[in-house]
Design a protein around this ligand. Structure first.
Ligand code: PEP
Length: 251
């Protein structure tokens, strides 16, 4: 049985004190209403060690939003997968469209990051999705297939078990435009069919595929009602504990 999950992506928001306050508020809220799905929060690097302490006796799991494509050494400003893991983080968001677009992370860089994350005991939450022009040209399936083939379909079956996917149509991220439940289901089913081709039917059934892109407290339930949508990767709405809790309760 695959894991149902709601994961937050704080992006470059919240200073350390604000991040600690948000994690504390979320932990307290989930003590009142125990989640029925896995809950992950993705925070900036500098928050990880502090937030790990706050959530240690809670159901919340921790993710970094990135890691380096190098093991260690003279890479000023970078943070390695090993360093991330040493904070207590268990997951690492990789391949986010903002990293692809603004920091030029291509298939090969992402392939390295995924391997390093796995080698260091981190579970990648690997993001894929097409931009608006690609959707308008009907190319979304080929884009998503290329992203998977370029960066994660090199993994062996054992490694694959640690992968969570997030389908995030770029045109829906932070724009208020959400994929319709039917569009999300169609793409998630397609992605699952690609996994089945590559790793077999059981692996496809067991892979968690999240939807991301303007998912919020109002629309989460209808998105999550789809059989192939296993939960959400939530940006903006993960920055307010009550909204994030409503989304968790919808899963
Ligand atoms: C994201 O950045 O992963 C995301 C889904 O953002 P938002 O929910 O704000 O669209």
């Amino acid at each position: 049985m695959r894991i149902k999950m709601v994961a937050g992506n704080w992006k470059m928001n919240k200073n350390l004190q604000e991040g600690i306050a948000l994690a504390t508020e979320l932990k307290e809220a989930l003590q009142q209403n125990a989640p029925k799905c896995a809950v992950v929060i993705g925070t900036p690097f500098i928050h990880l060690a502090s937030v790990a302490q706050i959530i240690k006796d809670s159901p919340i799991r921790l993710a970094a939003e990135n890691c380096a494509d190098k093991v260690s050494g003279a890479y000023t400003g970078e943070v390695s997968a090993e360093m991330v893991r040493s904070t207590g983080a268990e997951y690492c968001i990789l391949g986010h469209s903002e990293r692809r677009a603004y920091y030029h992370e291509d298939y090969d860089i992402l392939k390295e990051k995924v391997l390093l994350a796995l080698q260091n005991g981190l579970k990648p939450i690997f993001c894929i999705g097409e931009v608006k022009e690609e959707r308008e040209a009907g190319k979304q399936n080929e884009v998503v297939r290329a992203q998977l083939e370029g960066s994660v379909f090199n993994l062996n079956a054992e490694e694959w078990k640690n992968i969570t996917l997030a389908y995030e149509p770029v045109w829906a991220i932070g724009t208020g435009l959400t994929a319709t439940p039917a569009q999300a289901q169609e793409m998630h089913a397609y992605i699952r069919s690609l996994i089945a081709e590559k790793y077999g039917k059981q692996a496809a059934e067991d892979t968690t595929i999240l939807y991301g892109g303007s998912c919020n407290a109002k629309n989460a339930a209808e998105l999550f009602a789809n059989p192939d949508v296993d939960g959400g990767l939530i940006g903006g709405a993960s920055l307010k504990a009550p909204d994030f809790c409503t989304i968790i309760a919808a899963r």
